[in-house]
Design a protein around this ligand. Structure first.
Ligand code: PGA
Ligand code: ZN
Length: 438
């Protein structure tokens, strides 16, 4: 028995930013070190992803997690007891085994990711190290001395805002910022000026699921124009200092090559939707575009990537569902040139890292991402730094469940400058060459 051996695994039901139940896991080690983590929850679709275990029935719309918590206590806890918490790969392998199938049912993806992250936290706690440092420099990963470049939602639409407009996320990326602190400062100013312009035009109407501003526009393009104007009013140059990034989340409104855009009152086929997006890329300072076509449209995605992949990042989220074999296949077909990595979609910490390594090997851009349902858990920022990620998507610049991640980044930036004296105190961003547009 050592300070690394797992003594107890506990789980409880807590509540996420949408007021829905989710799983919190706690892993306690022999001499008291402890790790804790909460599973996030998404709204976007994508077949082949890990399945969360929900209780079903009427209560909480069927999203209860007591079954998942019961499975942690009855199956996972006895299996992990006595294991060495540093053996993340072996522990995750056991979790996957317990979950059985590729499309998991018991104990469910929500239980598995909470445990997998809590194990990682406990290992860092046993070493008395912050998680980013344990994952990064402590394990010889020297890339972990930079902060990821933030990708931040200003307007939320699609499934996160009662389908008020089709596009799910209108985001900004401070591509010209010289530090993490400056990237946040610029984003704060753009967000503020968009808010002022929405208030002045009487369109400040509500808050979508991830924070941000409600897309009270008659067309998708009005949102793009409002963003460009706000960047300019903030005294920044669109496309040079701050650029636009979109998550089209096209699987939400398209199937079999047919797309139905509610806001623009149009039906489109693959070529028409691609053509509209290429036109936007030409007219607006867009550097990244996620799920431009539906997940069942790989040929369309390949064609789209050939058309614009040298100019912009084409990100697969619902299309790739953080799945290693999908990323491998897509890289061969040159469908997309970047992948969104959502740990709870991959299943475990180990599987997320495998997808990241495969994507990097294939020359794909990689973006670590939160989910639309979040909590006060800031693990993602530690993974972002520890894994040397170039980019991190944490939805909006409002609401505590989002800001807790950005603020954790500020603390890490300070700590990095303490441990490595060549960095400024406000946290370096990765070299521009690690971004597709760098
Ligand atoms: P989700 O949305 O967490 O609801 O899946 C995030 C995204 O689509 O990127
Ligand atoms: Zn997405």
């Amino acid at each position: 028995m050592s300070k690394y051996s797992i003594k107890n695994v506990h789980a409880r039901r807590v509540w996420d930013s949408r007021g829905r139940p989710t799983v919190e896991a706690e892993v306690t080690l022999r001499y008291g070190a402890q790790g804790r983590a909460i599973a996030p929850a998404g709204a976007s679709t994508g077949s082949g992803k890990v399945v969360e275990r929900c209780d079903g029935g009427f209560q909480f719309g069927g999203r209860g997690v007591l079954g998942a918590i019961g499975a942690i206590k009855s199956e996972i806890a006895p299996t992990l007891k006595g294991m060495d918490v540093r053996e993340q790969i072996e522990i995750d392998r056991r979790l996957i085994e317990l979950d059985g199938t590729e499309n998991r049912s018991p104990p469910g993806g929500n239980a598995i990711i909470a445990i997998s992250m809590a194990v990682l936290h406990a290992a860092a706690a046993a070493e008395k190290l912050p998680l980013w440092l344990y994952l990064g420099p402590f394990q010889g990963n020297s890339d972990a001395e930079t902060l990821p470049l933030p990708e931040i939602q200003i307007f939320g639409g699609g499934a996160h805002a009662a389908r008020r407009v089709d596009v799910q996320d209108f985001m900004v990326i401070a591509i010209g910022a010289s530090s993490y602190v400056q990237a946040l400062e610029w984003t704060a100013e753009v967000y503020r000026h968009v808010g002022i312009s929405m208030a002045e035009s009487g369109r400040l109407q509500g808050v979508p699921d991830e924070g941000g501003l409600w897309l009270a526009f008659d067309s998708n393009e009005e949102a793009l124009e409002t963003l460009v104007r706000a960047i300019e009013i903030a005294g920044l140059t669109p496309g040079q200092d701050v650029a636009i990034s979109l998550d089209i989340a096209a699987s939400q409104f398209g199937q079999n090559g047919h797309y139905k855009l509610a806001r623009d009152e149009r039906r489109m086929d693959t070529d028409e939707l691609s053509g509209m997006l290429v036109d936007w890329i030409e007219r607006y300072p867009i550097v990244s575009i996620e799920d431009p076509l539906a997940e069942d449209d790989p040929e369309g995605l390949t064609k789209f990537t050939w058309a614009v992949g040298r100019r912009v990042q084409v990100v697969g989220d619902d299309f790739l569902v953080t799945n290693a074999s999908r990323v491998t296949d897509a890289a061969k077909q040159k469908a997309c040139n970047a992948v969104l990595i959502k740990p709870n979609q991959a299943g475990t910490i180990t599987e997320s890292k495998v997808v990241l390594d495969i994507a990097r090997e294939a020359g794909y851009g990689t973006i670590l991402s939160t989910r639309s349902g979040e909590t006060g858990d800031a693990t993602i920022m530690h993974l972002g730094v520890g894994w040397g990620m170039a980019q991190l998507k944490v939805s909006s610049y409002s609401r505590s469940e989002r800001m807790i991640k950005w603020n954790e980044g500020l603390r890490i930036a300070e700590a990095i400058s303490d441990v490595s004296d060549h960095l400024p105190p406000d946290g370096n961003l990765p070299p521009k060459s690690s971004f597709p547009w760098g």
